[in-house]
Write a protein that binds this ligand. Structure first.
Ligand code: NA7
Length: 295
């Protein structure tokens, strides 16, 4: 079924996902703060809205895919914000990783307008987004999930259903808490070995031969060896995810000391100028701290 879809946020993940909705034949209108990022989609027949409100008004489904909870507020709120364009019976789907507090607060404000809200954070890389191979954690009312399902299928390989938006938001934070601990532990181990004279490639090879091997270490280990830190998943976004996990832990009374340490390391990496580098560059920070050889 062809749907009228509004899509706000054409960053690394948003642009290919929106483009897949267009390719699936939906009637697509987009908005991005930096309008030039809509050029490709517009050149292929997508429409460009002048404001978030215009992008959201009169659509069957409205997606947001922005950096964090502050960016989400910026696109939703105000007289030209997307919420102002949404009407009773509409459905808003947030693909951002914006945390549990945002899921609760956006859900409440959407409900006040009679709008159904789904939190649908993404698991997967830019390449997976381009190939419509991401996994979506989709939380919210069953009726809204069913309405959104054809569009969600067009952009993902797998949909994991959860009954509440806040649970989808929380699930994503749990997944990235594991990922953050893995990447920080990996960087720390590489610098521990390299500062004592072990070559990086040998460290990666032996970790991969151990019971603790992981596809993550293989991919990121190669990037560390090549010192190629162009962002597949930027450190600033990873730091944001750990911060949001800390907030959820505080709200729920859960202890998360490992997550707090990982957040601090990622914040140090941001402060060192690596915020827009790939998370593999956490190892580079550790290697600098240890004054270790990078080969
Ligand atoms: P990117 O590539 O950093 O893209 C971020 C998007 O958010 C991009 O469209 C930005 O617009 C937009 N943005 C950021 N701040 C604002 C404000 N203040 N107002 C409006 N729009 C804003 O992130 P990804 O696509 O990799 O990730 C998206 C989400 O999925 C994120 O939560 C990840 O953690 C997971 P811009 O183009 O800069 O004008």
């Amino acid at each position: 079924m062809r749907m009228r879809i509004g899509f706000l946020g054409l960053g690394t993940m948003g642009e290919p996902i929106a483009n897949n909705l267009r390719k699936a034949g939906h009637d697509l209108t987009v908005w991005n703060r930096t309008a030039a990022k809509a050029d490709h989609i517009v050149s292929k027949g997508g429409k460009l809205a002048r404001t978030p409100r215009e992008c959201a008004a009169g659509r069957d489904l409205v997606f947001t895919c922005v950096s964090d909870e502050k960016a989400l507020e910026a696109v939703l709120e105000g007289p030209d914000g997307a919420l102002a364009g949404l009407a009773k019976g509409d459905t808003l789907v947030d693909l951002s990783t914006a945390g549990t507090r945002a899921a609760r607060s956006v859900g409440t404000r959407a409900a006040d307008r009679g709008v159904a809200f789904l939190a649908a954070p993404i698991l997967g890389s830019k390449t997976a987004a381009e190939q419509a191979q991401v996994t979506l954690l989709v939380g919210g009312a069953a009726s809204a999930r069913e309405k959104a399902r054809p569009a969600l299928h067009a952009v993902s390989a797998r949909i994991i259903d959860l009954d509440e938006a806040v649970h989808a938001a929380l699930m994503k934070l749990c997944v990235n808490a594991v990922g953050g601990a893995m990447i920080a532990g990996f960087g720390e181990a590489l610098a521990l070995g390299a500062s004592g004279g072990l070559p990086i490639w040998k460290l990666v090879e032996v970790i991969q031969a151990s019971p603790f091997h992981s596809p993550l270490f293989l991919v990121k280990g190669e990037l560390v060896e090549k010192q190629d830190y162009s962002a597949r998943f930027a450190i600033a976004l990873a730091e944001k995810d750990q911060r949001l996990a800390q907030e959820a832990a505080a709200d729920q009374g859960a202890k998360a000391p490992i997550n707090e340490a990982v957040r601090r390391i990622l914040a140090d990496a941001v402060e060192s100028g690596r915020g827009d580098h790939d998370v593999a560059a956490v190892a580079d920070l550790y290697l600098d701290w240890a004054k270790a050889k990078k080969k």
